[in-house]
Design a protein around this ligand. Structure first.
Ligand code: AMP
Length: 605
């Protein structure tokens, strides 16, 4: 039975599967691989999805729903015919449509899928996506983030194991930037930034505005959003486009924009008020037109780098994803911004689906593909309710795992009593970004007895562990070593799964530096330090610092790199006992440490 990888997109969705050592796309009976994410109601036939529904967007607007992914996780309702549907139900129809096509195409039954979602999707958006799949009869063990899928496709295509990527996903209405690190078999999202109102549609509007400026026209009164730079100061003397003329201009602008990929110069002609108006478009002109949009992208990019604690020079590659990434001017802008040429993996609108197909191969445990670890980011903050002090009227939320943290993640806090001789502590667990605990989503609580003492003299250790399957494990331990725990946020688990999960969580609860195998590595490094003198001892000390810093970085790639490098270094030392001091580290490794050290602002005095 095949496992499908599905890119459930805002405009189009795609499905891929793993065969003969590569990911392949599913096509419909016309050979089309893009399944429009559109649902329409046709009287007696009922609801139809995909290409057939897309044909009705203009002719039957009221009975047709599109772009509903934007409202996933909300209770927004779309009326199609007599009934109302949520974005989750509409997505289920798209998934069922894709499933039927894939079963026909592959001539086998499909029960399982890997679905991609934007990295910033919150818990509700993710669980609604899973529910949509369930309604469509698909089992979904895991959702994967779109940038991780793009990075996976990059790994397959370029064979590069170590890379730091900017995944630039530029669609019709959204821009998502992700800073992704790849190391060995790990793909880790370090930071994400995006704008839900910035996309190729804005370029169409900017071209339309340019067309009007050049021809002395005034645009119709359409709701403005995204980037607009038209000034309507001399409106009175100019011809105003009607709504339908403006709609025609927008669709000509989009067509012209797409043609610029094949032609050096494109002419846009639109009729308004009984007269034809023209404008010429070249890459240079479009580059100028898009400047306000590029300025916004640059700001987002700098924000991303700040969140990732990185510099432009840290990026080794740029992976472009999404329909609007096909534009030559976008590539040119990014090449100038980053000082390097982007990696364009086949067609930009298929990259995420291909990555999902690769992951489908991993899921089926095919021998021709290596297992990969895709980390997730926690899209919202998780914390506990605490009393901050006398000034506060209500209890506040103390963040334990902050949003955007890489998962799996484990944290610890010590909480003390606030009243004299209180006999128990209640640990209220919440999810959200608000200051007061009550304004966030209540998830659960643990009540644990404590020894009655004056306020502040008794306390409990609180451990939060959040794994890649979205399961939160909270454990509270009092001074008598009494332990209470709770598992939250996960799907319903069987008794055995629960026990297994709990066991895994316990492993994760220990900070990496405290784990047995890492402690052993550290002890060996320290032994080498003790047995050495002079420059050699100094170098080993410096290496130990680097190792500990890596383990405390809370970054998966950095931790794994620290452990792997320490293991390799120890093996090399064992082999080269008695070597000359200057050979202690190979040149490349040393250079790498010096660079990282400097970047952390930790150069040796
Ligand atoms: P997506 O949401 O990824 O499907 O991207 C849709 C956006 O990509 C729309 O704004 C399209 O106008 C744009 N697009 C599609 N094909 C091209 C192309 N060949 N050149 C430029 N933009 C394109």
């Amino acid at each position: 039975m095949a496992v499908l990888g599905i890119d459930l997109g805002t405009t189009n969705s795609l499905a891929a599967y793993w065969q003969d050592g590569k990911a392949c796309l599913v096509a419909d009976e016309h050979g089309e691989v893009l399944f429009p994410s559109v649902v329409s109601f046709i009287g007696e036939e009922g609801l139809v999805a995909g290409a057939e529904a897309k044909k009705r967007i203009v002719t039957h607007r009221k009975e047709t729903a599109s772009s509903f992914k934007r409202f996933m996780g909300t209770d927004k309702r779309y009326q199609l015919g007599a009934a109302h549907y949520t974005p989750m139900e509409l997505s289920a129809m798209i998934l069922a449509h894709i499933r039927r096509n894939a079963e026909y195409f592959l001539k086998e039954e499909i029960e399982e899928a890997i679905i991609t979602v934007p990295a910033y999707f919150n818990d509700k958006q993710r669980s609604d996506t899973k529910m949509a799949a369930k309604i469509a009869g698909l089992k979904v063990e895991r959702l994967i983030n779109e940038p991780s899928a793009a990075a996976l496709a990059y790994r397959m295509e370029c064979g590069q194991e170590d890379a730091t990527l900017l995944v630039f996903d530029f669609g019709g209405g959204t821009l998502d930037l992700s800073y992704v690190e790849c190391y060995d078999n790990i793909i880790e999202i370090i930071a994400v930034a995006g704008d839900n109102y910035l996309g190729g549609d804005d370029i169409d509007r900017l071209i339309a505005a340019y067309f009007c400026r050049e021809n002395g026209l005034v645009m119709a009164d359409v709701p403005k959003r995204g980037v607009q730079n038209i000034t309507d100061t001399e409106e009175g003397t100019k011809t105003r486009l009607s709504i339908s003329e403006y709609a025609a201009l927008i669709s000509c602008a989009e067509a012209a924009k797409c043609r610029l990929g094949q032609e050096d110069e494109v002419e846009i002609t639109v009729e308004a008020g009984g007269r034809d108006y023209h404008v010429k478009l070249t890459d240079d002109i479009l580059f100028e037109i898009c400047m306000p949009l590029f300025t916004k992208i640059k700001k987002l990019f700098l924000h991303l780098l700040k969140d990732a604690g990185a510099r432009v020079s840290d990026l080794t590659d740029l992976v472009m994803v999404g329909g609007s990434s096909r534009l030559g001017v976008v590539k040119r802008f990014l090449t100038e911004l980053l000082g390097k040429k982007p990696v364009v993996l086949g067609e930009t609108d298929k990259v995420v689906a291909m990555g999902a197909g690769v992951y489908a191969g991993i899921r089926t445990r095919r021998e021709d593909i290596r297992d990969m670890l895709l980390t997730d980011v926690c899209p919202f903050t998780l914390g506990v309710e605490v009393w901050r002090g006398r000034g506060d009227v209500q209890n506040a939320l103390l963040p334990m795992i902050e949003r955007n943290s890489t998962l799996p993640m484990s944290t610890h806090e010590y909480l003390v009593t606030v009243h004299d001789y209180q006999s128990e502590i209640r640990v209220g667990i919440y999810q959200g970004e608000e200051y007061y605990a009550k304004d966030n989503l209540f998830l659960g609580e643990i009540i644990i007895p404590v020894y009655p003492k004056p306020a502040g003299q008794e306390g409990v250790d609180v451990y939060f562990t959040y794994d890649i399957n979205g399961i939160l494990y909270v454990e509270v331990v009092n001074s008598q070593n009494v332990r209470e725990h709770i598992l939250l946020l996960g799907q319903e688990l069987s008794r055995e799964e629960l026990a297994r999960c709990q066991q895994q969580m316990k492993q994760l609860m220990l900070p990496p530096i405290m784990r047995k195998e890492n402690q052993e590595l550290l002890a060996k490094l320290q032994q080498y330090y003790g047995n050495s003198i002079g420059v050699r001892r100094e170098q080993i000390g410096w290496f130990i610092n680097w190792f500990v810093y890596g383990l405390q970085s809370k970054r998966f790639c950095a931790m794994t790199r620290a452990v792997e490098t320490a293991k390799n270094q120890l093996a090399a030392w064992r082999k080269q006992e008695g070597m000359a001091e200057e050979e202690l580290f190979d040149g490349e490794l040393k250079q790498q440490f010096v660079k990282e050290w400097e970047e952390m602002g930790l150069e040796e005095e």
